[in-house]
Structure formats: structure tokens, C-alpha cells
Design a protein around this ligand. Sequence first.
Ligand SMILES: [Ca+2]
Ligand SMILES: [Ca+2]
Ligand SMILES: [Ca+2]
Length: 139
Amino acid sequence: MSADDAEVQGRFERSDAKADFIAVPRDDDNIHVADHWELDHNVPIDAAATEDDDPIPTGQRRDGDGLTLYEDYRGFIAHTSASTDALKWIQTDPMKKDLFVYDENGLYERYVMKQASNPPGFETHTSTRRRCASKASTR
Ligand SMILES: [Ca+2]
Ligand SMILES: [Ca+2]
Ligand SMILES: [Ca+2]
């Protein structure tokens, strides 16, 4: 798929819109995940929106992190670091296990990420706030 094929043109049903057309991501398999994003993240061609088979890190009892392919694509609003109030929209990786950690006292950061001889290998999103992430809007 080339970048030119990554979008298709949609048309508003209402005629009072400022523009009649809008570019929307191509989704030939109709799972509400852009085909171009699926290719960029090495998602198997027959994957369902509910797929949860993140293989990295390997050697665990099961693959997956509890987030579906659709949730990875839709993304989350999360703190950019444990020490700031800044919020940012992030997409998670469907091939790597993601972990959102409420780390009020910095214990996870201090004892797991910096001191452990074998860090867990998850993609960790830490926050000192109780609500460290929320789902992004699907509008
Ligand atoms: Ca798709
Ligand atoms: Ca997942
Ligand atoms: Ca993931």
C-alpha cells in the first residue's frame, strides 16, 4: 500500500457542512483500524479488532496485555511523564505489552525500572496521578 492509497474520500450526508468531502483512513478489512497503521505495526492481515496477542517481551505465560488492537489504534490520553501534569494522546504498540502504572511514590520507577537487574521489558506509562490514562475519544 502506498501513502496515496492510505486514505479514501468520504462525503458528508448533510449539505450544510463547510466541505462536502473529508479524507478518512482506508479500512478494507472493516475493523475500524486504518490499514496503513496495521501495516506499519506488522499486524497480521487477518487480525480482528479484538486481537490481543502482543508477543514482546517473550517467554511469558501468555501473549497480550489486555488492550485490543482497536484500543491500541484509538489511543489513550496519558501523562507524558510521572513528574509533569502534561497530557498527551498516545497510541500503544500492538506487538509490545503496554503497562499503565499509578506510581504515587515513585516506587515502580525506583525499584523496578532503575534497579532491577532484569527490567520487565514492558512499554511502561507511569503517572503519579490516580487516573494515569483514559481512552481517547472515538468521534
Ligand atoms: Ca483495517
Ligand atoms: Ca494488546
Ligand atoms: Ca500493546
